[in-house]
Design a protein around this ligand. Sequence first.
Ligand SMILES: Nc1ncnc2c1ncn2[C@@H]1O[C@H](COP(=O)(O)OP(=O)(O)OP(=O)(O)O)[C@@H](O)[C@H]1O
Ligand SMILES: [Mg+2]
Length: 456
Amino acid sequence: METILVVEDKESMAAMLKETLEAEGYKVIPARDAAKGIKYLKNGKIDLVLTDLKLPDKNGIDVLKASKEENHLTPVIVMTAFGSVEAAVSAMKEGAFDFITKPFDTDHLIILIKRALETQRLVTENILLKEEVSSRFGLPGIIGKSRNIVDVAQIVQKVAATKTTVLILGESGTGKELFARAIHNLSSRKHYPFVPINCAAIPKALLESELFGHEKGSFTGADARKLGKFQLADKGTIFLDEIGDMDLSIQAKLLRAIEEGEIERVGAITSITLDVRIVAASNKDLEKAVEEKKFREDLFYRLNVFPVRVPPLRERKGDIPLLVEYFINKYCNEMKTPVKNVSKEALDILMGYHWKGNVRELGNTIERAVILCDGEVITPDHFILSKEVVSGPVTAFSSTEGTLESVAKEALRTAETKRISSALHETRGNKSKAAEILQVSYKTLLTKIKEYGIES
Ligand SMILES: Nc1ncnc2c1ncn2[C@@H]1O[C@H](COP(=O)(O)OP(=O)(O)OP(=O)(O)O)[C@@H](O)[C@H]1O
Ligand SMILES: [Mg+2]
C-alpha cells in the first residue's frame, strides 16, 4: 500500500481527499499546515505528496522543496486555486510532478496520482538497473560478461579514480579507446576534456607541435601560436593512441613532460605546468620494441605503471552473442529498420570465426549483414568474411599461428563453449541437468561457464 501525504488546511477538502484516496487503496497521512507536513516528510516513508499551495504558515512550494530535499524521486502534486497560473509555473520549476487546479474532478486527481507513482516506479527501476548493470558487468558502454572482460573492467574501475598513468595493450579493434574513455569518465576529471591523439596518424614533423603546441614564427608555416593537445587536456585526460609508433626524438620530449609535469611549446622560452592524466595505448609489443631500440626503455617504464591488457575477441567468445545482439540493435536503430534476428547457423559461424579484427570487425560484419538482409532473419548468406576461416565452425580450430599448446587450448575452448551452450539450451538453463548430460560435476560446469563467459 502506498502512502500519500496530504497537506491541506481546509477541513472539508481534507476530509474529501482522505475518503477518496483511501477508497482507492492508498494510506493517507493528513497534515494541516506546512510545518506538520514537513515533519512527516522527515519522519516517515512517503510515496507521494499532495499539497495545497496556500497554507496557513508557509506555502506548498516550501513543502515541495522539503520533499525534494528528503528524496528527490518522491513525486509531488500541487493543488492550486483557479487562475493562479504563475504559482503553478513556479511549482513546476521547483520540480513538482504536476499541478491540479481547484475545483477538480476526483477521477482526474486519481489518474494523476497513478501516473506519478508509475513514473516514479519506472525511474527508480531504471536507476537500479543501471547500477546493477555497471556493478555486475563492469563499465557502461562496454559490452561483455565473460570473465576475461569483467576482470579488465574491474581493474579499470579501480585505477580510474587515481591519477596513475595507464597503458592499455591489446590487438587492433579490441576496445582500447573505449576503455580509455571509460577511465576518463569514471574519474573526477570527467568534466574536463578527454583529448585523444593518434600518434601513428600524424607525420613526425608535426607531432611535436600537435602535442606541445608552438609559438608564432617558430618554424615555416607557424603563422599563429598554437595550443598543443597537452594544454587542451589540462585538468583532463590525454589519450596517446598508438604510442608504439611515436618517433624516438618525440619520445624524449614526452618523457620530459611526464617527469617534470610541464611542457614546452616549440619555439617557446618558458615552460607551462599542467595537470594532465596520461592514458596510452598500443597494439604493438612495446617490450619487444624496447629490445629492438625502437622505444625508449625509460619512457616504457614511465608509461607501464599500470598496464591493462584488453583480451582479443577469440579469448572471450562467450561475449559474441551479446555483442551480436548489441550491434544488430545499434545498426537497425541507425537504419530505422525493425530489429532483426540472427539464425542459429549464422551465430555458429560468428562463434567459430577467428576475428582477427576483433570487436571492430564483428561490428562491421553485422552492419553489412543488416544492410544486406531484406527479411527479418540474418543468415550466413549475409556475411562477408574472409574465406580462410569461414567454411564452417570447425575451421575455427585451424589456426595459422601460435604454439601447438595455444591452438589446442583455443580449440578446446571453442568446442566446449559450443557444447555447454547447447546443453544449457536443451535444459532451458538448468545447470545441474546440463552437468548430468555433459557428465561433469556441477562445480566443473560452473567454472567453465564462468571462464568462457557463457550466457545461461
Ligand atoms: N566491449 C565492447 N562493447 C561494445 N563495443 C565495443 C567493445 N569493444 C570495442 N567496441 C567497438 O569496437 C570498435 C573498436 O573499438 P576501439 O576503437 O576502442 O578499439 P581499439 O582497440 O582502440 O582499436 P585500434 O587498435 O584499431 O585503434 C569501436 O566502434 C567500439 O565502440
Ligand atoms: Mg584505437
